[in-house]
Design a binder for this molecule. Structure first.
Ligand code: URA
Length: 233
């Protein structure tokens, strides 16, 4: 691998900036200052230093977890409740991308790629999230239109959202809800606002990544295609 690519992938700087650092004589390989741009390194073998710090490629991992109800989305809970970390059997330290409530189940992404987490949870870039919910009562066409216009919760209007009724009986409706932000208890608050409170809530997709038949409490690693898709968002 070319030295500038290695530095960029290790998060030292962009590839262009890394080239400048090399030319400036700030990078050492196996104890020698290297200023030539074409230099190749073997990431597992060669020892690279930048400003007296060892540079290493990170082993990023990306996980999709089917979170059950009754788990908190934090690394440690102050009330000693089970956390989503208890469901993972891995040695890397990963962090949840956004949050699902204690009583919500469904798709939760976890990674140690801080850059991706930052972009996916940034209010400006928010990727659409799809939920399946059981609601008390049957939303009307007017309620659906309110979702489309956005609903004021906590004094601020949400972005347009979708509400689609999948099934209904006398008392309850099963619906799909699509939102773009990740505000605190957003789906529950939006449904409270139309007076059809949520009885059960499950996130079934983040963008085009679907939970599908991943069993509750289980997790899997994302495929390279799925990782590339998330990075493009
Ligand atoms: N909206 C909610 O109300 N709860 C969640 O867990 C996720 C979205």
């Amino acid at each position: 691998m070319r030295l500038q690519k290695f530095l960029a992938e290790a998060g030292v700087a962009s590839r262009r900036k890394a080239e400048e650092l090399i030319v400036m004589g700030k990078v050492q390989v196996n104890g020698k200052v290297i200023t030539e741009l074409g230099t190749k390194v073997e990431p597992q073998k060669d020892i690279v230093f930048y400003e007296n710090k060892k540079v290493q490629l990170k082993n990023f991992i990306y996980i999709m977890l089917h979170k059950p109800e009754g788990y908190v989305t934090t690394v440690k809970d102050q009330f000693q409740r089970p956390t989503v970390m208890d469901l993972l059997n891995i040695s890397e330290r990963v962090y949840p991308v956004g949050r699902l409530d204690y009583d919500t189940s469904g798709l939760l992404l976890l990674t140690n790629d801080g850059d991706l987490t930052y972009h996916l949870t940034h209010p400006k870039h928010n990727i659409e999230k799809t939920y399946e919910a059981k609601l008390f009562g049957i939303p009307s066409e007017a309620d659906i239109a309110r979702f489309q216009r956005g609903i004021v919760i906590d004094g601020k209007k949400t972005q347009p959202a979708k509400l689609e009724i999948l099934q209904k009986d006398k008392k309850y409706a099963t619906v799909h809800i699509v939102i773009h932000e990740g505000r605190n208890r957003q789906v529950r608050k939006m449904c409270d606002a139309i007076q059809h409170p949520v009885l059960k809530l499950k996130r079934i997709a983040t963008g085009t990544l679907f939970l599908k038949d991943l069993p509750k409490g289980s997790y899997r690693y994302l495929t390279q295609k799925e990782i590339d898709y998330l990075k493009k968002q």
